[in-house]
Design a protein around this ligand. Sequence first.
Ligand code: HEC
Ligand code: HEC
Ligand code: HEC
Ligand code: HEC
Ligand code: HEC
Length: 408
Amino acid sequence: MFNRCKSIYVPLIALLVFSVGLMISQNSYAATGKPQLHHVPSSNCGSCHNKIFKQWSGSMHANSTALKDPIHGSFYKMLMGSPTQEDLKTKQGKFPLCLQCHAPNAARDKKTKLDAMPAYSEGINCVACHTMKKAKGPIANSQLGAKAYEYSDSALQGPNGSFSGNKPVQAPGGSGSVVNPFPHEARSDLFRSSDLCLGCHETRNNGNGVPVCATGPEMVKSGNTVTCQSCHMPVVNGVVDHSMAGGHHPAMVRRGVIFAVQAQNNPNGAQATVNIKNTLGHNLPTGAPFRNMFIKVTALDAQGLPVWSNYKKSPFKEDKKSVMMLLLVGKDGKPTSPAKASGIGKDTRLKPGESRDIVYDIPVKGAVKIRAELYYDLLLPPFKKKFAKTIPAALRKSSLISIAEATL
Ligand code: HEC
Ligand code: HEC
Ligand code: HEC
Ligand code: HEC
Ligand code: HEC
C-alpha cells in the first residue's frame, strides 16, 4: 500500500515543486535566465499566436534584412558590405545606419552579423515592436529606427495589456489552456498611435541631408490624423492583421487610387482625359524613392487592335507626363541614386488627396475605344538594369494596378 502511494505521490510532489518553481521564475521574465526579450525568435510567439505569425511571416517586416529581401540586399551589399560579417563599418568607420530600421534587434546589440541568431535575421520581428515602451519624440536623423524608442527588457508591450503572464490562459489559437511565459504591460498610447511606426517611417535623410523617404511628414503636412494602423493593420478573422501590405502588394496599391478615363472624337482624331486620384493621406507612391507609377494609354480600332499608344518602349523617355516618380539629382543636376543625391529634381508623385487630369491628344482616325492602364513599379529602370542579376524578375516586373476604358 505504502509503496503504491509513494509511486503515485513522488511524481506528483515533484511536479508540484517544479510548477511552483516555474511560476515563481516566471514572475519576472528578466530573472529567468532565459534569452533576453529582444532575442526571442518569432517562432516562439507563433506557437500560440499562429494566425498573426503567418501574416507577419509574409510581410516585408519579416523579410527586411539583406539576407532575405533581394532589393534591400542588393543596395546594402553595394553600400555597406556583407550581412554575415561581424563589425562591419561604413567608409566613415560608423555602424551601418540601415540596421537601425532593417534589423533593429541586431542594431540594439551593435552587431552586424545577421545570421548569428533568428532575432537578427528576422528583421522587424514580434519582439522588435512588442518590447517598445515609448517613442522618444521628435526624430532626428541620428535617432532613427531602434534609436527612436525606449525598450522594456522585462515585459512584452501590447495595445491592451490584457494579462500579466505566468497564469494559465486560453491559447489564442483556441486549443486549450497554456501557461504564458511572458509578462505583459499595457501600452495603448504607443500601440494605437502612428508613433509606433514613425521611428522607422519618418523622414530619412541621406548623407547629404536630402530626404529620401518621408511617409510620416507627408501625412503630417496633409493634416491627416488617421493612424497608420487603421489602414495597415485592419482586423481580419478576429485578429489584428500583421501582413502590412504596401508596395509589394498590388491589391493594396489598388486601394489607394481612383482611376478613370473619358474620351471624345475631335477633328484631328480624338482626345482622352485620364483622371487619377490619390485617396490616401500620404503620397502615392510613398516610401522608398525608387517606387513609381506610370500610365499606358492605347487607342483601339473596331477589331480591338491598337492604332495608337502614348509610348512604344519607355514612358520615362517618351511621355514624362504619364509618370509619377521622385527624381533625385546630383550636384550637376543629373539623375542619381538615393545615396549620392544632393537634391530633389522633380517630384511628380501624387500628393495626399491630389486629383490629377492628364490629357492625351490622339492624332489618328478610326479608334473606337480608349484604354488606360495604371502600372506600379518597385524600382526605377536604371536600378532594374543595374541589379538584373541579384533581384528576381518578379520584383523587376511592373504590376498592373487598374484599367479604365472609354468608348468613342
Ligand atoms: C511593426 C510592429 C509590429 C510587429 C513586427 C508585430 N506587431 Fe503585433 N502589434 C503591433 C501593433 C501596432 C498592434 C496594435 C494594433 C492595434 O490594436 O491597432 C499589435 C497587436 C498585436 C496583438 C494584439 C492583437 C489584438 O487582437 O489586440 C498581438 C497578440 C500581437 N500584436 C502579436 C504579435 C506577434 C506574435 C508578432 C510576430 C509574429 C507581432 N505581433 C509582430 C505591432 C507589431
Ligand atoms: C503560451 C502561449 C503564448 C505565447 C508563447 C505567447 N503569447 Fe502572447 N498572448 C497569449 C495569450 C493567451 C494572450 C491573451 C489573449 C489574447 O489577447 O489573444 C496573449 C496576448 C498577447 C498580446 C496582446 C496583449 C495586449 O496588450 O492586448 C501581445 C502583444 C502578445 N501576446 C505578444 C506576444 C509575443 C510578442 C510573443 C513572443 C515573444 C508571445 N505573445 C508569446 C499567449 C501567448
Ligand atoms: C523597426 C523599424 C520599423 C517599424 C517600427 C515599423 N516599420 Fe514598417 N517597415 C520597416 C522597414 C525597414 C520596411 C521595409 C522592409 C523591406 O522592404 O526590406 C518596412 C515595410 C513596411 C511596409 C511595406 C512596404 C512594402 O514595400 O510593401 C508597410 C506597409 C509598413 N512597413 C508599415 C508599417 C506600419 C503601419 C508600422 C507601425 C504599425 C510600421 N511599419 C513599423 C521598418 C519598420
Ligand atoms: C488611408 C489609409 C492609409 C493610411 C492612414 C496610411 N496608409 Fe500607408 N498605404 C496605404 C495604401 C493604400 C498604400 C499603397 C499605395 C502606396 O504605396 O502609396 C500604402 C503604402 C504604404 C507604404 C508602402 C511604401 C512602399 O515603398 O512600398 C508604406 C511604407 C506605408 N504605406 C506606411 C504608412 C505609414 C507609416 C502610415 C502612417 C504614418 C500610413 N502608411 C498610413 C494606405 C494608408
Ligand atoms: C529610418 C529607417 C530606415 C533606415 C535608416 C534605412 N531604411 Fe531602408 N527602408 C525603410 C523603410 C521604412 C522601408 C520600406 C517602406 C518604404 O518604402 O518607405 C525601406 C525600404 C528600403 C528598400 C526597398 C526594399 C524593397 O523591398 O523594395 C531598400 C532598397 C532600402 N530600404 C535600402 C536601405 C539601405 C541600403 C539603407 C542604409 C544605407 C537603409 N535602407 C536605411 C527604412 C529605413
